[in-house]
Design a protein around this ligand. Structure first.
Ligand SMILES: [Ca+2]
Length: 336
C-alpha cells in the first residue's frame, strides 16, 4: 500500500466498519463488484505468507475470508471497490478494510488501533492463486507454462499502463528520447522531446531491450513538465515460486518502486539536483525476490519529474525539462 493512499484513506474513512455505510467519496477508485471466491495467497507486511480462501456467503454482497493462522479472517461486505469486515472472527478485528485494486489483488488499508491489536498489518496483500483447476486464470490464451528454473524478463516499453497523478488511466506508455538518436538506446519511431544532449546516460546493457518511456500524448512542447507525476505498471504471471528477482531502473528525476504493493525502494529526488542527476546516469538495482509470488504479480513505478529549479525555467515544457523512466526485471523460477 502506498503511504499516499493510506493518508487519503485515513482522512476520508472512519476506522470502524460502521463508517462504510456510506460509499467512499473518492469514486475514482471505485471498482465494479466482482467475484472474489477462490483460493488466494495472503502476504503479511513481515513477508510471511498464508493460504487464504474467499467463500461465498448467503448474504448479498457478503463473502467469508478464511486464512492461515486465523489472522484477518471473518465475514466481509463488499461495497464498490472496498471490502469491510462485517463479522470478524475476533472482535478486536473490527475496522478492517481492504481496497480491491483489481480482481486479483487486494490491499489492507484500514486496521484496528495497533495498541488494541498488538500489531499493525496495514500493507498486507491478498493475491489470487493460479490453481491447477484454473490453470489459465491470469494467462494469455495459448501461452506456454513456464518450466522450473525458467528465466522471465520484462522491460519498459509501450505495453506498460500509465496512470496520472490522480490515478486515472491515461493509456499505454510512450517511448521517448531526448533527441531523435539520444540517448543511445533510442530506436526509430521514438518520440523526441527535441532537447538532444548527452543526458539519460545510464548503460542499459543489463536490460538491452528496455526503452525510456513516459506518459502518452505529450511532446517537447507540452506544458506543465515541472513536477509532473505518472505511475507506470506492468503485470506478469509466475507459474512457480521465484528463486530470485531483480529490477534495474533509472529515472528523470525521482521514482518509487513497488512490487505487489510492497515498497521496494526509491531513486533520485525532486529536491536534490545531484541525486536527481545520479538517478539517470546509471542503472540502480533492487532485489525483489521476497516481494514476488507464484501467480499474478504487479510492478508499479511512481515517477515525478524535477521542479523548475532543476530546469532553470519557471513554466517548463518537456523540451526544457524532460522526464522519463527506464526499467527492466529478471525473475528466475525455483526448480522444485
Ligand atoms: Ca527532468
Amino acid at each position: 500500500m502506498t503511504r499516499r493512499l493510506a493518508l487519503i484513506l485515513a482522512c476520508l474513512m472512519p476506522a470502524s466498519s460502521k463508517g462504510m455505510e456510506d460509499p467512499p467519496p473518492q469514486q475514482r477508485y471505485a471498482t465494479p463488484e466482482i467475484d472474489l471466491a477462490g483460493r488466494w495467497i495472503l502476504t503479511m507486511p513481515s513477508g510471511a505468507q498464508w493460504n487464504a480462501t474467499f467463500e461465498k456467503n448467503c448474504r448479498c454482497n457478503h463473502i467469508d475470508l478464511r486464512c492461515g493462522g486465523g489472522l484477518l479472517q471473518g465475514e466481509y461486505e463488499m461495497k464498490g471497490g472496498w471490502l469491510a469486515v462485517a463479522k470478524p472472527t475476533d472482535e478486536k478485528l473490527t475496522g478492517l478494510v481492504w481496497k480491491i485494486r483489481n480482481r486479483n489483488l487486494l490491499e489492507l488499508v484500514e486496521h484496528p488501533v495497533a495498541s488494541q491489536f498488538g500489531s499493525d498489518y496495514r500493507g498486507a496483500v491478498l493475491v489470487r492463486r493460479i490453481d491447477e483447476d484454473r490453470p489459465h486464470a491470469a494467462r494469455t490464451p495459448g501461452e506456454a507454462r513456464q518450466p522450473p528454473g525458467a528465466s522471465i524478463t520484462f522491460v519498459s516499453d509501450s505495453t506498460w499502463d500509465v496512470l496520472d497523478a490522480s490515478d486515472k488511466p491515461v493509456g499505454k506508455a510512450e517511448r521517448v528520447g531526448l533527441g531523435e538518436t539520444t540517448p543511445a538506446s533510442t530506436v526509430p519511431g521514438t518520440l523526441s522531446f527535441g532537447i538532444g544532449g548527452d543526458g539519460w546516460a545510464a548503460d542499459l546493457s543489463a536490460i538491452p531491450e528496455a526503452h525510456w518511456i513516459w506518459a502518452p500524448g505529450l511532446t517537447g512542447r507540452s506544458p506543465a513538465a515541472n513536477l509532473a507525476t505518472y505511475t507506470f505498471t506492468k503485470r506478469f504471471t509466475l507459474d512457480a515460486p521465484p528463486a530470485s528477482g531483480t529490477i534495474w531502473i533509472a529515472a528523470d528525476d525521482h521514482a518509487e518502486i513497488f512490487v505487489n504493493e510492497r515498497r521496494v525502494g526509491e531513486i533520485g529526488s525532486t529536491s536534490d539536483g545531484a541525486s536527481a542527476h545520479e538517478s539517470q546516469v546509471r542503472l540502480h538495482d533492487f532485489d525483489i525476490t521476497r516481494h514476488l509470488v507464484r501467480g499474478p504479480n504487479t510492478v508499479r513505478i511512481r515517477v515525478q519529474n524535477g521542479p523548475a529549479t532543476f530546469s532553470g525555467y519557471t513554466e517548463a515544457n518537456y523540451s526544457q525539462n524532460p522526464a522519463g523512466l527506464v526499467i527492466g526485471g529478471k525473475v528466475i523460477l525455483a526448480r522444485d
